[in-house]
Every structure is written in structure tokens, then in C-alpha cells.
Design a protein around this ligand. Structure first.
Ligand SMILES: Nc1nc2c(ncn2[C@@H]2O[C@H](COP(=O)(O)OP(=O)(O)OP(=O)(O)O)[C@@H](O)[C@H]2O)c(=O)[nH]1
Length: 301
């Protein structure tokens, strides 16, 4: 039996459930997920290695109308993933209709000539009739290679999705070793867990202005010591993040510490600092410093 391998980009609008799908396909938390749009900021690869095939999924930031340099960079990263994939999974929130935000992506998909699966996600939230109507709407727009109604949250219909995807992959080698499940290192994962807690606990303009940088990590046989910096854009946001009598930052720290303890199976001591970096989302040196300018800046936006 020949071995198959290939790259699958997971694309779509913010909040469609792309990161949830990636985690469900891998049965592991590779990418953070929240109910807030534009949670994912980096292309994140999740690698599923089986005896017969290796699937390399790339979770991409949700494509949206950018308001900052950061947004433009995120869209560009997603477009790069689309162009380089063997198969694209276009994840849509099936409870929502086709919208203007989808037009742009549709154009990119049509141009790419790469097989694109339509993944109608969140089917646990709709009845059959509504699903059929949504399906028809999408079929009018494009001839998708395959259409899969799924619930990423309930892990519904994902095995079939994998089997059909395998049929689209070429014969090829393992690109990554068996034990590797993500292309991002530990520091990235720690920073993302902290950012996830910030997103869950804050509202309005704070979440989009936050970046997290791990400044120090020391590990012994029984404990992990971490220092992390949370960057925001305005003094008012710093005040919200710290909260009255430092209650907010404490609750973020405790929530992150709890998850990190489960991850490391050790005691975790986390120290958090908050710093204001004015307008960082428009400053390319800051985007680079915080890990968002990962790709060569050669693709059209
Ligand atoms: N009910 C239901 N909710 C889902 C499903 N999949 C994802 N969600 C929820 O939808 C929200 C967004 O999910 P994410 O996986 O973060 O979405 P995303 O597309 O990665 O979002 P961005 O990072 O903004 O691009 C979260 O609250 C998820 O729990 C699903 O199948 N059913």
C-alpha cells in the first residue's frame, strides 16, 4: 500500500470554527479557540500521522476586512496557505448566510484551482431544512470538490472527512516525524494559552489589542516558572487588564496556570506583567517581535 501525504489549509471567515475543527481532527488542543472573532493570528500546522497517511493541516487566521497592518498580515498568511495547499477546507458557520465577507475568499478559491471542500460547520445548531437551504446557497456559488456537513464541537462526521481527504492526497513521504503534532514550539503554545484566557475574560476593544510574549521559562523536575508580558495598546486597556485591586490579572493568571499545570503535569508558577506599546498593530517591528510577521512579504494582499 502506498503512503500518502499532503497539506490541507483550513480557511474561512472569523469564528467559523476552524481552530475547533483542527483540534477535533487531531484530538488535541493545537490552536486556542474562543467565541471571539479573530482569535487565531498565526498559521498553525497540526500534523496527523497515521500508518497509511500524514495529513498536515494549516489553521489560518479568519479572513476579514483589515483595519491594521496586523490584519493585512493575517490575511496574507491565510492566502499563502491556500495557494500552497493540496486541498483547501473552507469552513463556514452553517447558521449564517453567504455574505460579502465570503465573496473575496471565493475569488481566491476560484483562482487557485486547488480542490476545495466546503465544510458546513455547527450543524448541531440547525435543523435539516435550514441546512439544506444553506447548502443550496453555497452550491450556487461554486462547484466544490466535496461538501461535508460537520459539527467540529461534537466531532461529528470527521472520520468520513479524513477518509475522503486521503483520496485527494498524492503518494508521498512523511514530511514530519511521527511524534510531532504541531510546527509551533512550546513558548508559542504557552503564550497562546495565556492569550486565550485574556480573550475569554475581557471585552470590547481589549482582546484585539493584546499580544503575549514569554520572557522567561525555567523548568525543574517538579515545577515550571514562567514570566510573561501582556502587551496592550492603551493605558486604559492596561487598567482594564489589571482590574480593581488587580482582580482581573489575577483571574487570568489563575486560569492560565491551571491549564498549564495540566499541560506540564507539574506545578506552574506564572508571573504576568502588562505593558503599553502604543499602536503596535501598525508597527512592523512590533509585529515581528511578537511573532506575527513570519512569512516573506511577497504575496499580494
Ligand atoms: N455549536 C457549535 N459551536 C462551534 C462549533 N465549532 C466551533 N464552535 C464555536 O465557535 C466559536 C469559534 O470557534 P473557533 O474554532 O475559535 O473559530 P475560528 O474559525 O478558528 O475563529 P478565528 O480565530 O476568529 O478565525 C467557539 O466558541 C467554538 O466553540 C460547532 O461545531 N458547533
Amino acid at each position: 500500500m502506498s503512503y500518502k501525504s499532503g497539506f490541507i489549509a483550513i480557511i474561512g471567515r472569523p469564528n467559523a470554527g476552524k481552530s475547533t475543527l483542527l483540534n477535533a481532527l487531531l484530538n488535541e488542543k493545537i490552536a486556542i479557540t474562543t467565541p471571539k472573532p479573530q482569535t487565531t493570528r498565526n498559521n498553525i500546522s497540526g500534523i496527523l500521522t497515521r500508518e497509511d497517511a500524514q495529513f498536515i493541516f494549516t489553521d489560518t487566521p479568519g479572513i476579514h476586512k483589515p483595519k491594521h497592518e496586523l490584519g493585512k498580515t493575517l490575511n496574507r498568511n491565510a492566502y499563502t496557505a491556500i495557494a500552497e495547499a493540496d486541498v483547501n477546507f473552507w469552513v463556514v458557520d452553517a447558521t449564517q448566510s453567504f455574505g460579502s465577507g465570503d465573496e473575496f475568499l471565493l475569488e481566491k478559491i476560484k483562482k487557485s484551482h486547488i480542490p476545495c471542500f466546503l465544510i458546513l460547520n455547527k450543524i448541531d445548531l440547525l435543523d435539516k431544512e435550514k441546512l439544506i437551504r444553506t447548502l443550496q446557497q453555497w452550491q450556487e456559488r461554486h462547484t466544490f470538490a466535496e461538501i461535508f456537513p460537520v459539527s467540529a464541537l461534537q466531532k461529528d462526521n470527521l472520520n468520513d472527512l479524513l477518509e475522503v481527504t486521503k483520496g485527494y492526497l498524492e503518494e508521498g513521504p512523511k514530511f514530519f516525524p511521527d511524534e510531532m503534532v504541531s510546527d509551533h514550539g512550546e513558548q508559542f503554545q504557552i503564550a497562546e494559552i495565556i492569550r486565550e484566557k485574556v480573550l475569554y475574560k475581557t471585552n470590547e476593544e481589549v482582546p484585539h489589542s493584546v499580544a503575549v510574549v514569554i520572557e522567561r521559562k525555567e523548568e525543574t523536575a517538579t515545577a515550571v516558572f514562567l514570566q510573561a508580558l501582556i502587551v496592550v495598546e492603551r493605558t486604559s486597556q492596561k487598567a482594564i487588564l489589571i482590574g480593581k485591586q488587580a482582580a482581573m490579572i489575577r483571574s487570568i493568571r489563575l486560569a492560565a496556570q491551571k491549564e498549564l499545570k495540566e499541560k506540564f503535569h507539574k506545578k506552574v508558577e506564572l508571573e504576568l506583567y502588562v505593558r503599553v506599546e502604543k499602536n503596535w498593530r501598525n508597527r512592523s517591528n512590533k509585529l515581528q517581535q511578537f511573532g506575527y510577521l513570519e512569512l516573506e512579504d511577497t504575496h499580494e494582499g
